[in-house]
Design a protein around this ligand. Structure first.
Ligand SMILES: [Zn+2]
Length: 666
């Protein structure tokens, strides 16, 4: 029994594939995670709630509650009573109707640091909480924002990356070389100039236009590109050789809401000796303010060397804006910023709970899990290329773990946990077509595309795994009466059961059920659809509408769960089924934190060195108390023999005060 205060560290990673993690651990790429596994508990069969998707499952990890209880039931949320195609990203913390672990911790006066945790913004946890990021999946990424035009629209603060290139790439800014014009002080050897208009793609705030200028000079070592803020300027923002990154640049931009400071880097990817053929990459311009609680925390992090990137380059690689080496640089930059931020936050303030999330595996597997799996990518050279990038990601993630774990002492419980796994893309299941063919959904073609004819539509698919009945009295354009509700649900069930994939001849569904039958998976309440379905691993995308036990090819949707620290078994593989709902109750039990009000998971007794330790402790305390009381009583009996009249007078006064108020109650 010790009076030391136990601390908790929860280190989340989004969508790692457990067997791939084990492979990289075994091959020596993840020494820090290996140390935790070797000296802790590895949960062999950890499951997550359904659907296997990001916002609900991070909300579950932080609350210990099932999605039906905390109310976040998919990547998007649908407010009952609004149009059935009206959904919004489920990232705002107000959607989570359950207490976060850091709110429970604050009830006991414990201090928390929360870093880049989905569903946690705006911050909840009062003065004892320090929070950085959370409106999206990476710092400066915003999912719910005032200028959102579609459900999947994301914003970046200050903006996303930009490519200036003479050759055309998707979404790039095409630039043309020109003879150097009227420069105030063009250096010797200037051979070409480029107008570089910043377009501020996906900007969270409307930004005032900015035009910079590139000037190419011929040198004995090859062409050099200098970027100037104007042709009048004599000092360039940076000067680059081919293949070179600029230093990090801090710059003030103007937005509709006033000045905003941001950091960025350029990389010169291509340039011909004659000054033509420019390919210049500009990283996201990363805001230094606006995602900190309390706001002053931004000053503590503003000087960090890495940049808080809103992305780490998966899209940019797939668009062929950047090469593999540049992608790897961005990957490390993103992880290094998280590590530096964690280090600065934990070094700078007392804390009892540290919680963070890193998103890289999810974006990477969405980008190319299909190129990694022999089932979907026959060319071994392609697989080898993407495996190099996958390995690099695991190294960067492990290095981040190492830097964070430097703050864990002998009294810190550590959990490494994920929200789901991932797999390669399978065959598409056309839910809309199935409903249309059954006459349940009616769509008419318009010049703008398909339009749902609500007055004839009885059922429609929504989000990853739900079908809604267009119900009178509940839905704005409802046509199905209460009397027809069950028959309509049966018609949907029949249509899904009858469907066969045209090429495979198999039914793609691993589960089809009514809403009330989905409770065993944690789905219930008004935020769930009327029908819930899941598809088999060989169908649909990387995760989401697949059961948490799904495996397919190299893919696996089980969660990663590693538990380490005082009280946990050492070097143990836990075979029992664990759920990520169990994490918070287990940690709260061991560290003696208050349990979040809505937590529903169980304590993972099989992960503990002494499952009965707390009961033994309680027995020991009771025994010691009894002995102390006996000793006290006997010593008091001795002193009474002195007939201390003053003490006896006080005692009799106390007895009168404690007498029952009404004599009949006895
Ligand atoms: Zn996720």
């Amino acid at each position: 029994m010790s009076d030391k205060q136990t601390k908790i560290m929860i280190l989340g990673a989004d969508a790692p594939i457990v067997p791939r993690v084990q492979k990289y651990v075994a091959e020596g790429d993840m020494p820090n995670l290996k140390r935790l596994i070797d000296a802790g508990v590895f949960a062999q069969n950890c499951l997550v709630p359904f659907p296997t998707i990001t916002p609900p499952n991070w909300a579950t990890i932080a609350t210990g509650a099932w999605p039906g209880t905390h109310g976040v039931t998919c990547f998007h949320t649908h407010k009952p009573g609004t149009a059935l195609d009206d959904v919004a990203p489920a990232f705002d913390s107000s959607y989570v109707k359950a207490e976060f672990l850091w709110e429970a911790a604050a009830r006991a006066g414990k201090r928390s640091i929360v870093l880049n945790y989905p569903t946690s913004w705006p911050p909840r946890g009062g003065d004892l909480l320090t929070q950085v990021a959370g409106p999206g999946l990476a710092p400066n990424e915003w999912r719910e924002h005032p200028r959102r035009v579609s459900a999947w629209d994301t914003a970046a603060d200050l903006c996303a990356a930009q490519l200036f290139a003479e050759e055309e790439y998707p979404r790039s800014s095409v630039v043309e070389p020109a003879k150097p014009g009227a420069w105030a002080a063009a250096p010797d050897g200037a051979i070409a100039e480029y107008e570089l208009k910043l377009t501020f793609p996906s900007a969270l705030h409307i930004m005032e236009p900015v035009t910079w200028w590139g000037l190419v000079c011929a040198t004995a070592q090859g062409p050099r590109l200098s970027v100037y803020p104007s042709k009048e300027s004599t000092s360039p923002i940076c000067t680059l050789a081919i293949g070179e990154w600029s230093p990090k640049v801090l710059w003030q931009f103007m937005s509709e809401d006033g000045p905003r400071r941001g950091v960025f880097k350029f990389k010169l990817l291509e340039l011909e000796a004659d000054g033509s053929g420019l390919k210049l990459f500009l990283t996201p311009i990363c805001a230094l303010d606006g995602y900190h609680h309390p706001a002053g925390v931004s000053e503590e992090l503003a000087g960090l060397d890495p940049m808080p990137l809103s992305t780490f380059g998966v899209d940019e690689l797939l668009l062929e804006w950047v090469d593999d080496a540049t992608f790897v640089d961005l990957l490390w930059e993103a992880h290094n910023w998280l590590a530096a931020a964690a280090d600065a936050l934990m070094a700078g303030r007392p804390w009892d709970l540290f919680v963070m999330h890193v998103h890289a595996p999810d974006w990477m597997y969405h980008g190319w899990s299909t190129r990694l799996d022999p089932q979907t990518e026959p060319d071994p050279r392609v697989r080898a290329r993407f495996e190099i990038l996958e390995r690099e990601l695991h190294r960067a993630w492990d290095a981040l773990l190492g830097k964070v774990l430097a703050h864990a002492d002998d009294d810190t419980l550590v959990a490494v946990v994920s929200d789901h796994g991932a797999k390669a893309t399978g065959r598409h299941v056309p839910i809309g077509k199935i409903l249309q063919n059954a006459g349940l959904l009616v769509v008419e073609q318009t010049p703008e595309g398909g339009r749902v004819v609500w007055e004839k539509t009885r059922a429609i698919a929504q989000r990853s795994c739900y079908i809604y009945i267009n119900r009178e009295g509940r839905d704005p354009a409802g046509i199905v009466s209460d009397e027809d509700y069950e028959a309509t649900r049966d018609a949907v069930l029949d249509a899904l059961h009858a469907y066969r994939d045209p090429d495979l001849g198999t039914n793609p569904f691993s589960m089809i059920c009514r809403r009330e039958d989905a409770r065993p998976l944690g789905i219930y309440g008004e935020c769930a659809g009327d029908i819930v379905f899941a598809v088999r691993g060989e169908f649909d995308s990387q995760h989401g509408n697949h059961l948490p036990s799904t495996t397919w090819g190299i893919g696996d949707l089980h969660a990663l769960l590693v538990l380490y620290g005082p009280g946990f078994l050492r070097g143990s593989v836990m075979q029992r089924t664990a759920w990520i709902t169990d994490l918070v109750p287990t940690l709260c039990y061991l560290a003696e934190f208050p349990m979040p009000h809505e937590a529903e998971g169980a304590i993972l007794w099989q992960s503990l060195q002494s499952p009965d330790e707390k009961i033994d402790e309680l027995r020991k305390l009771r025994r010691n108390y009894r002995r102390l009381k006996q000793a006290h009583d006997s010593s008091t009996a001795l002193t009474h023999s002195y007939h201390d009249l003053a003490a006896e007078a006080l005692e009799s006064a106390d007895n009168r005060a404690e007498a029952p108020a009404s004599p009949e109650v006895s």
